[in-house]
Design a protein around this ligand. Structure first.
Ligand SMILES: [Zn+2]
Length: 111
């Protein structure tokens, strides 16, 4: 059985499109990304769907501009909170240019 949290999928999409790689984050490492997503998702309602209906539902929700605004607002709040208090040291001179050693957790992605 496949269950998807639509809120999580949308949050990742908004994060990638609006925040990541735009110089808006104190740190772009996977650890901080996950911390930001976790922070935001804990403040947003979860919406679970099963696999087949999921994709269509996600697209419909994503086209809802209010939904995008809500996600972006929560992600921005989360990014500020995590950026101000990251779970690792951030060398000031290499802030976003290089990943801090503490971030290289070898995390494997995939679905
Ligand atoms: Zn980081």
């Amino acid at each position: 059985m496949s269950l998807y949290n639509v809120t999580e999928m949308l949050a990742r999409m908004v994060f990638d499109q609006a925040l990541a790689g735009h110089g808006k984050l104190a740190c772009e490492c996977p650890r901080c990304r996950d911390d930001i997503l976790a922070y935001a998702l804990n403040r947003l309602p979860s919406r679970y769907v099963t696999s087949d209906l999921g994709q269509a539902y996600v697209k419909a929700q994503y086209l809802d501009s209010q939904m995008q605004l809500d996600l972006l607002r929560e992600l921005t709040i989360a990014a500020l909170a995590v950026g101000a208090n990251p779970h690792h040291e951030i060398p000031r001179e290499t802030r976003t240019e290089a990943l801090p050693e503490a971030c290289r957790t070898g995390e494997a992605g995939g679905s």
